[in-house]
Design a binder for this molecule. Sequence first.
Ligand SMILES: [Zn+2]
Length: 151
Amino acid sequence: MRDFQRQRLYDWENRWERESASNGARRTRSLFWHQVLARKVFTDAGWQDGPEVVRNRRVGWASANATTINLCVPSRTSTMILLHEAAHAMLARLRIERLKAGTFKPYASHGPEFCRLYAELLGLHAGEDQLKIERSMRAAGLKVSTEMIHP
Ligand SMILES: [Zn+2]
């Protein structure tokens, strides 16, 4: 499925981090702190374990799959970035579970489901106001799912 609102989300994210983000969301943290947070994000959602968080030696973008979050070398790894990647890791894990259960529906990588989950995680783990985030995303033209992604 085409990743139709990726750039729009990146633009929203940069603006939010610069102008509106809580100190908790904006703050740059150590790799260990991110490892602890990623585990908490997943265990709070009912899983036994979280993805491994590693620091990629190559300069580039952070990325994530169901089992690993790769943060990039530059020092700037905020809680926002970690939670963005944690949302990708969580959707990847849900994808596997839903494929097995036969309930999988395709989704865009930064689509409405991603935005909703990201807003939830920012609310739960970064001291942000989830509804305010969703309003701001929608005002920026992003589609945000009205349903909870991981009830
Ligand atoms: Zn992303």
